[in-house]
Ligand binder design. Structure first.
Ligand SMILES: [Zn+2]
Length: 269
């Protein structure tokens, strides 16, 4: 076959296929008669499974920025980041749940821990690799959770440094400059005393799971639905295990909104 014949052949095949289409389009296609009657399935229909594969998310690729020299309530700028922070640690079971969830999901968390709770040493072995990889950050929430605005300068220093030593011993990291004043209680004196020992970045929040006390798992989901938003710093607590019952739902909210969890070390230089 020479080139002309070959092209001619192609052209006629094309023409044939066009005709075929037209013919099929105009033809009356008989509707198949069902041969089976539809009734209840002879087996249980599986429950709806959300289309999220339970595999760890990769770490974010971010260009770090200079940390603003002020109290942080949210992450600066436009974007789709969210800082999920978890405070206190009154419940060892809940800290364990968070550690397992982080490992399985790749979700990035910052724990503002109180060293007075044994939950941190109980779960140090599970958390340490996550801290070492940078997926989990540890911030200073004082040793015993006092109102910093109501104690002396030296007591503020002692609360932060005693907690810092426990953090170093358990996780081998320095929590500074990030700290969260218990109850969000902060003033110019607290800021000045804390910054004199390297704690220059007080971290507040813009949205809460409101679970410092006991609430239901459904309420945790409602608060996540309200506050899991771009560039928000959200506060949760490792004090009651309700949150551990709804981790898949919280993860789904993040995924549906395209939110990437980050630590403060991920974002700031
Ligand atoms: Zn607290």
């Amino acid at each position: 076959m020479d080139r002309r014949q070959f092209l001619g052949g192609l052209a006629s095949t094309f023409a044939l296929s066009l005709t075929g289409c037209a013919a099929a389009g105009n033809a009356t296609i008989p509707t198949p008669t069902p041969t089976v009657k539809y009734g209840p399935a002879p087996y249980p229909i599986p429950e709806y499974v959300p289309p999220i594969t339970p595999r760890p998310l990769p770490p974010p690729v971010l260009t770090k920025i200079q940390r603003p020299n002020k109290t942080l309530y949210e992450l600066p700028g436009e974007g789709s980041l969210m800082a999920w922070t978890v405070d206190d640690g009154a419940s060892s079971e809940t800290v364990a749940g968070y550690a397992k969830f982080a490992k399985e999901s790749g979700i990035r968390l910052t724990f503002f821990m109180n060293g007075s709770y044994s939950s941190w040493s109980d779960n140090a072995a599970a958390l340490r690799p996550l801290v070492e990889s940078g997926q989990v950050q540890i911030g200073n929430h004082t040793y015993s959770h006092p109102w910093l605005t109501k104690i002396s300068d030296s007591a503020i220093v002692n609360e932060l440094q005693k907690n810092a030593k426990i953090i170093r011993d358990l996780f081998g990291v320095d929590a500074a400059p990030y700290y969260r004043p218990p109850y969000g209680a902060i003033d110019a004196r607290v800021r000045s005393v804390a910054s004199s020992i390297g704690y220059t970045a007080p971290v507040m929040w813009y949205g809460s799971l409101s679970d410092s006390g006991r609430i239901t798992p459904e309420q945790v989901v409602d608060f996540a639905d309200k506050w899991f938003l771009p560039q928000h710093i959200v506060i949760g607590h490792a004090n009651f295990p309700s949150v551990t019952e709804v981790f898949p739902k919280l993860r789904l909210i993040l995924a549906q909104r395209g939110l990437q969890t980050v630590t403060f070390n991920d974002v700031f230089l």
